[in-house]
Design a binder for this molecule. Sequence first.
Ligand SMILES: *Cc1c(COP(=O)(O)O)cnc(C)c1O
Length: 356
Amino acid sequence: MKKHNFNPGPSIMPEFTIKKTAEHILDMNGIGLSLMEISHRSKEYSAVNEEAQSLLKEILDIPAGYAVLFLQGGASLQFCMVPYNLLNKKAAYLETGSWAKKAIKEAKFFGEVDVVASSADRNFSYIPKNYTIPTDADYFHVTTNNTIYGTEIKKDIDSPVPLVADASSDILSRPMDVSKYAIIYGGVQKNLGPAGVGFVIIKEDILGKFERNIPTMLNYKTHIEGNSLFNTPACITVFACVQTMKWLKNLGGLKAMHRINIEKSALLYDEIDRNKLFIPTVADKEDRSIMNVTFVMHENYKELESGFLEYASSKGMVGIKGHRSVGGFRASIYNAMPKESVQAFIEVMKEFELKN
Ligand SMILES: *Cc1c(COP(=O)(O)O)cnc(C)c1O
């Protein structure tokens, strides 16, 4: 039976990415060696490293003055590297979920943290608005898409201080005005490639504003000067990311991708709003994520929750159980998720409604 992969991360990858990576693991460019076996300083891998940077710059339209890095440690290491390199006295954070809380926890090791607004009062089911970003903060940190709670900041914020974004789960889902950000980072395992790497888009002149001794591996300058090859990178993961970016470019780039993502998420939200069995967890349509669609059983049908999970699973739906902190269901519909799979899931929701 065909499986429809709604896993939140690691998650669905384009078939193109999986096939190309498999081919090159068997034989890199026909040289008779595996991608796993070659030096990260070889001619073959240097080309991959260059292409990873140049494709991300091209697709996201990254202005001059920014470096692109692919580092190990995922988004979680960036929770620490960002304040290590940028937090001198005080940083401002927007608390929109578990990942934001983890980022805040790390920042507190380095200085004062001003949580300017939080949506914790309603279990992170909305994006706070009408807050003030302190102009004396070293930077302002946001999580653009809250993977667990299904909320998303869909517009690039105007910030009076350098803006830093964890975009792990919505990178390359829409065009972004990169010039508004000092750093955009994330783990690659949602929209780019298999786990193992964090991407970092960093405005170079943001660094070196104050004195601090930073361990070599945690210093952005090390990796910028090392052209993202200071130490042995996760070559297979970076190679796979390149394939996904080629796939995306071929599809028409971010404008086309965004259109498809809006269409897919609208189909699913419309069904959740219509179906008597379900209610969305994010009431405000403006805040609803186009990547992670969260919903729960309507209170009149609470006892059907496990039945729905079983039924959906019997129909090939994978990964739709909601995160334990929200409950219910979450359908992660990242870039690689075909519209047909979203439609198949909607059919399952309709069938289950008719049965009950
Ligand atoms: C998945 C995720 C992370 C964690 O990424 P790791 O690479 O596992 O550290 C952080 N932030 C957000 C928004 C995520 O979705």
